[in-house]
Write a protein that binds this ligand. Structure first.
Ligand SMILES: NC(=O)c1ccc[n+]([C@@H]2O[C@H](COP(=O)([O-])OP(=O)(O)OC[C@H]3O[C@@H](n4cnc5c(N)ncnc54)[C@H](OP(=O)(O)O)[C@@H]3O)[C@@H](O)[C@H]2O)c1
Length: 84
C-alpha cells in the first residue's frame, strides 16, 4: 500500500500545531504532508514548516476553487481550523 498523503487545515493554530507535530513525529508513515494556510501565516511560519518537509499551500479557505485545488494528489483530510 502506498503511503498516505495528508492535507491539514488549521495546522498553524494552537491545536493544529500539535496535530502536525504528531504527524511529523511519524514522518516515515506518510507520503506528502501538506498544510493549507493563509498568505499572512505562510509569510511568518511557512519557511520553518518547509524546512521540516511540509508542503505549504497558500490560499483563502473561503475560496472554493483554492480548497479544491489543494486536494490534488489524493490527500486524506485533517482539519482543525477556527470556526467562523
Ligand atoms: N484552543 C482550545 O483550547 C480549544 C478548545 C476547544 C475547542 N477549540 C476549537 O478548536 C478550533 C481551533 O482552535 P485553536 O485554538 O487551535 O485556534 P487558533 O490557534 O486560533 O488557530 C486557528 C487556525 O485556523 C485557521 N483559520 C484562521 N482563520 C480561518 C478561517 N476564516 N477559516 C478557516 N480557518 C481559519 C488558521 O490558519 P492560518 O492562519 O494558517 O490560515 C489557524 O491555523 C477552534 O474552532 C476552536 O474553537 C479550541
Amino acid at each position: 500500500m502506498s503511503p498516505q498523503n495528508i492535507l491539514l487545515f488549521g495546522a498553524t493554530g494552537n491545536i493544529g500545531s500539535f496535530i502536525l507535530n504528531a504527524i511529523l513525529a511519524q514522518r516515515s508513515q506518510f507520503g506528502r504532508i501538506a498544510i493549507f494556510t493563509s498568505p499572512r501565516t505562510a509569510e511568518t511560519k511557512g519557511d520553518v514548516l518547509k524546512e521540516q518537509g511540509v508542503e505549504v499551500i497558500i490560499g483563502d479557505i473561503e475560496d472554493e476553487s483554492a480548497v479544491k485545488a489543494a486536494y490534488e494528489g489524493k490527500y486524506t483530510l485533517c482539519t482543525h481550523h477556527r470556526s467562523t
